[in-house]
Design a protein. Structure first.
Length: 202
């Protein structure tokens, strides 16, 4: 999404650019929300995929722990962002890796059984790692787009819309997986989430 920020243009945004940036951010969040809901390390859909692949209880717990374990990467991301400066490029690059790496789930059924869960954990770890870079860049970037006096209302509205989208999508996906409770069924759902999240970056 072609958003411009004060830091990237060295100029004050006009009211039209601010409104456009806020609308695009909400649209990006709505399109990306299914991906985030599906791939959250402690989420039920990722746990369902892991169980379909034969994961043990310990492996499910390890998946759920990846988020807290990698939270320290945010500090590294902030330091790198200070040096890189170009937050838009930093965000788009880290977002692309964060999202596309999940296409690797398509390869899991073709791997030896003993390698499937370690490979899934690796996919989630890589995605979570780059997700920290993405999140740090996004917060810094959006702070330039949204005026301080409007941030509370903006984030409330954005979060409300994203939550509503995920509420509907999660019910529909749950219903779908009730009748397609296979690795291929989960893969179809996850790939769909990746596609929509990449459309959000367009």
């Amino acid at each position: 999404m072609e958003l411009k920020t004060q830091s990237d243009t060295n100029a004050t945004l006009n009211p039209y650019a601010i409104r456009r940036g806020m609308r695009l951010s909400i649209l990006e969040g709505a399109l990306s929300q299914p991906f985030y809901g599906l791939t959250w390390p402690s989420g039920v859909f990722l746990a369902g995929l892991a169980l379909a692949l034969g994961a043990t209880t310990f492996q499910i717990g390890l998946l759920a722990a990846l988020g807290p374990l990698l939270s320290g990467v945010n500090y590294i991301a902030a330091r790198w962002l200070e040096r890189f400066k170009k937050r838009k490029l930093f965000y788009l690059g880290s977002s692309a890796v964060h999202r596309t790496v999940f296409l690797g789930v398509l390869l899991l059924p073709f791997m030896p059984e003993r390698m499937r869960i370690p490979a899934l954990i690796g996919i989630v770890a890589i995605s979570t790692f780059f997700g920290c870079f993405q999140g740090t860049a996004w917060l810094s970037w959006i702070a330039d787009i949204v005026p301080a006096a409007r941030r509370g209302a903006f984030f409330s509205r954005r979060n409300m819309i994203c939550t509503a989208v995920w509420l509907v999508i999660s019910v529909l996906l749950g219903k779908f997986l009730d009748t397609h409770h296979t690795v291929n069924g989960f893969n179809l759902v996850f790939v769909g989430g990746v596609i929509f999240s990449l459309l959000a970056l367009w």
